[in-house]
Write a new protein. Structure first.
Length: 276
């Protein structure tokens, strides 16, 4: 008989049933020279508050789902472009997800605290800690397990799923470390379709940036035509194009030329640059 860990993870992002309320939306601020709203100012920022996320709680696991996953389903929150899953997981000491299978998905783990132990059917095995980023391409099929490596301390991490641009292909694995200094006060590329600038590679035209901001710092990210952004706050607080967000909050930014992160206080943020 499968354990609860295995059954929960095997449910994946496609089954289940509860729904949460819709995300909020707000318009960009400002006016044109005549005092009326311009087309630019009619663009909406779609906010996803932390408290609105789906929740799975099993004693050993507390997981908050930004998008529909497992037994939490909300047609209004099925992902953004190829970004399909952002789960914020807290796993109890010595517990975790038993071996389970994936197919045709790019799976990224971003560890915030603690130690996450990974093993897979490709023969990879490692313990991920803060600053480590892991990418597993499921391709035609892969089996893996994830456990809290520590017998005494919890592990806290984000698991991110990105739909690849093409199905199939051989499974693949990669992990890299990005130290705090490389993310402080700047947007550090941690994942991209071509693995540029030392990032892990993705089988999708997407880019993931990480930043650590404080003391009211600001960073900007330019969006090319036909692109959109999704910003997930991992901890602290920050504004995105003037919209105030706290830990666990997120916002989708569309049809804007720039994503501006400002007024940051002890913030760690992931920014996804995605096809619109």
């Amino acid at each position: 008989m499968l354990s609860m860990e295995t059954r929960l993870h095997n449910d994946g992002a496609g089954n289940g049933g509860n729904a949460a309320g819709p995300a909020g939306a707000r318009r960009s601020n400002g006016s044109n020279a005549n005092g009326s709203q311009s087309d630019k100012e009619n663009i909406m920022l779609k906010v996803r508050k932390s408290a609105e996320r789906g929740v799975a709680s099993f004693g050993w696991l507390r997981s908050q789902h930004t998008f529909s996953f497992g037994h939490y389903q909300d047609p209004a929150h099925m992902g953004v472009g190829p970004l399909r899953v952002i789960n914020e997981d807290h796993v109890a000491p010595g517990r975790g997800f038993n071996p389970h299978a994936h197919k045709d998905m790019e799976i990224i783990s971003y560890v915030l605290d603690g130690a996450l132990e990974h093993k897979d059917s490709m023969g990879n095995g490692s313990v991920l800690r803060y600053g480590d980023v892991q990418r597993m391409s499921a391709g035609t099929g892969v089996t893996h397990s994830e456990y809290n490596h520590s017998p005494t301390a919890p592990v806290h991490f984000l698991q991110i799923w990105v739909i690849p641009s093409e199905a199939g292909g051989a499974p693949g694995y990669e992990e890299k470390h990005f130290d705090t200094d490389s993310k402080r006060g700047r947007l550090r590329l941690i994942a991209s379709h071509d693995g540029r600038d030392g990032s892990v590679s993705l089988r999708q035209d997407a880019a993931i940036y990480a930043t650590i901001l404080g003391g009211g710092e600001r960073v900007d990210h330019a969006l090319l035509p036909g692109r959109q952004a999704y910003v997930q706050v991992a901890r602290g607080s920050v504004t995105v194009n003037g919209c105030a967000l706290a830990a666990g909050d997120a916002v989708q930014v569309t049809q804007e030329a720039v994503v501006a992160l400002g007024d940051a206080q002890d913030a760690e943020v992931l920014l996804f640059d995605l096809p619109a």
